[in-house]
Design a protein around this ligand. Structure first.
Ligand code: LER
Ligand code: MN
Length: 271
């Protein structure tokens, strides 16, 4: 079954971005639960920002699951990426994500590699940079397997990375890896910039897709932009997608309305 999820941002340094609820875990969970979301996706400063027992207790209390954990704080706060030319920084990036994998796995949730993938920096070789990314995914994919989980790799739009911008390039990257524990994130906002045909891209990527970010063309909640959702929803159902559809969208016009719009759209297309 396709499950609904909404995001909660808990990084104090970040005060605006594509996340629905902000800075208050318990309040966000209570609201998500009241609206009938199945799960929450968390954006935390680090793997040890929340006590496992505390989160466990709140998930139980509000009858929610943890759909995924974001790792972007490693870049935003610490300047780490998996493709930095400095091997020490790459190593720290791997350690940061590795700890996030362990944290998420305690709740059956995968870690997401989005902005932590980095970029081919000026003066650097593309093939070399891609080999650093592949090496990191091999290590982290196996780490996720050991933890009983999997890892999520997210192609981003061209304004955020020059590594992989489409699902197809993501599939090609994953198919070259030895590890089979890495799945793709289909972020409908990034896809609306990069894909020629979003539904067709979803059908082609098929079972490689392990997580979906639910946002309209303007990164507002689905239903507030011009993304044509009918064909996309059909494609998601056609590939028998059975993971989460998680609202990574701006809290517009405010968190409560964005969450309501999201669950309304989720039910319209997937229930
Ligand atoms: C993360 O999921 C994402 O979509 C990016 O745009 C943020 O780095
Ligand atoms: Mn995303």
């Amino acid at each position: 079954m396709i499950k609904s999820s909404t995001t909660i941002a808990l990084v104090p340094q970040i005060t605006y971005g594509p996340w629905i609820y902000w800075h208050d875990l318990e309040k966000g969970m209570e609201k998500a639960s009241n609206l009938g979301f199945d799960a929450i996706e968390l954006f935390t400063p680090a793997s040890d920002s929340l006590e496992i027992a505390h989160l466990e207790q709140l998930l139980k209390k509000f009858n929610l699951e943890l759909s995924a954990v974001g790792t972007g704080a490693g870049k935003v706060i610490h300047g780490l990426t998996l493709t930095d030319p400095d091997p020490e920084i790459r190593e720290k990036a791997i350690a940061f994500i590795s700890d996030m994998i362990t944290f998420g796995a305690a709740f059956g949730a995968p870690a997401i590699i989005g902005s932590m993938q980095g970029n081919v920096l000026p003066g650097n070789d593309r093939e070399k940079t891609l080999s650093w990314l592949a090496d990191a995914l091999e290590i982290l994919g196996e780490k996720a397997a050991e933890a009983g989980s999997f890892l999520i790799y997210e192609p981003l739009n061209r304004y955020e990375t020059n590594l992989m911008n489409t699902l197809k390039s993501g599939v090609e990257l994953l198919e070259k890896l030895k590890t089979k524990q890495v799945k793709l994130l289909a972020d409908l906002f990034h896809m609306n910039i990069e894909e020629a045909d979003m539904a067709e891209s979803i059908r082609s990527a098929g079972s490689h897709i392990g997580h979906i970010h639910f946002a309209d063309s303007n990164r507002k909640p689905i239903g507030m932009g011009h993304t044509e959702m009918d064909s996309i929803a059909s494609a998601i159902k056609e590939i028998n997608y059975s993971h989460y559809i998680s609202a990574e969208a701006f809290p517009e016009p405010n968190s409560d309305k964005a969450a309501e719009k999201t669950i309304e759209s989720f039910k319209k297309y997937f229930r």
